[in-house]
Design a binder for this molecule. Structure first.
Ligand SMILES: *[C@@H]1O[C@H](CO)[C@@H](O)[C@H](O)[C@H]1NC(C)=O
Length: 167
């Protein structure tokens, strides 16, 4: 015959197992959320392309950015940090990655937008390799969760060529 203590014990154990299973299922689906991010970016205008006094080159530009990051928001998303990296190859470095714009998306309602903005940070080179250089524009994002670990991903959006002469 079961005592009421034993019955309560069984019930509590069952509830704990059920909760563990539900958490497992939830994080399984969260982990498999495919984050289908869509976006376009266009260099509307090169504003400045010049050599700094230290000999390093510097580029500033106007960007037309259009993003749909809504799929990165789940029940477990606190916020999403996005940045646009200008990436290019030089003899010195195989990958040069310079952030030219960034943004924090606080919620799903603000995760789809189109904006025309000046580059927030200049594209600089350690040297002068940029004339006529092909520049890839790659969107990177960090999904900051309410619990669990941060997810990072990226998507190449477009590329452009810098002019052959300074402006
Ligand atoms: C900016 O990009 C959006 C989306 O690609 C496009 O519809 C819009 O016409 C562009 N605006 C300008 C001024 O280039």
């Amino acid at each position: 015959m079961h005592t009421s203590v034993q019955r309560l014990n069984t019930l509590v154990t069952f509830a704990a197992v059920l909760l563990a299973v539900l958490c497992g299922v939830a994080s399984f689906f969260d982990g498999f959320n495919t984050h289908s991010v869509h976006g376009t970016v266009e260099v509307v205008k090169i504003r400045k392309f010049r050599k700094q006094l230290n000999g390093n080159e510097e580029v500033t530009m106007n960007l037309n950015i259009s993003l749909d990051m809504q799929s990165t928001f789940t029940w477990n998303t606190k916020q999403v940090f996005v940045f646009l990296a200008a990436e290019f190859e030089t003899e010195k470095n195989v990958v040069n990655q310079i952030s030219i714009w960034d943004h924090i998306i606080p919620d799903k309602e603000h995760a789809k937008f189109q904006t025309q903005v000046p580059s927030k940070y200049p594209l600089t080179d350690q040297g002068s390799n940029l004339k006529g250089k092909k520049i890839d524009l790659v969107l990177h994002w960090h999904i900051m969760p309410k619990s669990g670990k941060m997810i990072q991903d990226k998507l190449p959006l477009s590329h452009f060529y810098l002019p052959e002469a300074y402006l």
